[in-house]
Design a protein around this ligand. Structure first.
Ligand code: MG
Length: 335
């Protein structure tokens, strides 16, 4: 051969690049580019009992969605028998449960300061008992063959010099290790932290089964950061998401016109997906850009108006299918 000399190491190097490195490199890139609409099943949050703001399981299974994220039921309903009932229902409906969403008794989302005091594993008064509750949710998720448990951990101390920061890191490591023993990942729901704080926290916890359930509306509701910029920033950790929308506090209509809501101090207003400040199309485009593969789970929290909640969730599913069709040049799925 004119160009290949067996005795020349440079020739062997060219062969190595051509037949080993280049094909591997191409496959790696192709995988990132090969996101298709099938990688994004569309679903809703469903609840088996009254725990949480999801749509009742029976109703959700009749909505024509292909996926649900299941809210963890109350402790009394986390039995093998309940798991079997749920598995039978979803199997008959041909719907996939993608993940479990944990929560705790006595949490309150009334105001942002009350969230700080009552939500997740950060409040010290309830931390130890809730760690045990969280483990029981992991156990129940295992009964349902689920490998992902999502939840709001609470307000992680934003200052890494905070005296509680190290304890929160250790606590998170311990629940990650518990979940890992069950073959599970933990996805932290976004909202209470700006992107930089969340990123630093995940890297400080340093566990390979800790990821993010990205909820763009929560960034707006808590007034903590721009959802699209944050999604790009933390993208490599985003393994599940909520399609939820909201108006910034200082854009929101308040029933008391004398009151001016303040971003970060007062709640923004949750609205149907596609009608808020998230920019639904840009959100989906950004998910594609970061290489996200997973379910697009619609979340709508107006549980006390069940018919409205279900209709708005259905409308959101249709909107997402339309946006997907536009992005992937597919025919629109029928729902
Ligand atoms: Mg959410």
């Amino acid at each position: 051969m004119k160009y290949f000399d067996r005795s020349n190491i440079a020739s062997w190097f060219v062969v190595f690049l051509t037949f080993v490195i280049f094909p591997f490199h191409s496959v790696t890139y192709a995988q990132k580019d090969e996101i298709t609409s099938e990688d994004w099943p569309v679903g809703v949050i469903a609840r088996y009992d009254d725990h949480g703001a999801g749509i009742p399981l029976e109703t959700a299974l009749k909505m024509g969605v292909s996926a649900i994220q299941l809210k963890a039921p109350f402790p009394d309903h986390r039995t093998k028998r309940d798991a079997k009932i749920i598995l039978d229902k979803v199997s008959k409906a041909g719907v996939q449960i993608t993940s479990m969403q944990s929560g705790f008794t006595n949490e309150s989302y009334k105001t942002i300061p009350i969230v700080r005091e009552t939500v997740g594993l950060i409040p010290q008064k309830t931390r130890n008992e809730r760690i045990e509750q969280f483990k029981s949710v992991c156990d129940f998720a295992r009964e349902l063959n689920l490998n992902i448990v999502c939840f709001h951990i609470g307000f992680v101390p934003h200052d890494s010099q905070d005296p509680d920061y190290i304890d929160v890191i250790k606590m998170t490591q311990s629940i990650c290790d518990y979940a890992k023993g069950k073959g599970q990942r933990i996805h932290l729901e976004t909202g209470q932290e700006p992107g930089d704080v969340l990123l630093r926290f995940i890297e400080d916890v340093d566990r390979d089964n800790l990821f993010i359930n990205f909820d763009p509306a929560n960034m707006i509701l808590y007034g903590c950061d721009d959802p699209i910029i944050t999604l790009k920033k933390v993208g490599k950790y985003v393994k599940s998401c909520h399609c939820k929308d909201a108006l910034w506090a200082d854009h929101s209509q308040d029933s008391d016109s004398q009151t001016t809501k303040k971003r970060g101090l007062d709640w923004g207003t949750e609205v149907p997906f596609g009608q808020g400040d998230v920019n639904a199309e840009l959100f989906l485009q950004t998910l594609k850009e970061i290489g996200f593969k997973g379910a697009l789970i619609v979340e709508r929290e107006n549980k006390h108006q069940p018919e409205k909640q279900q209709q708005e969730a259905k409308d959101a599913v249709v909107l997402i299918e339309q946006l997907k069709a536009k992005m992937f040049n597919d025919n629109i799925s029928q729902h």
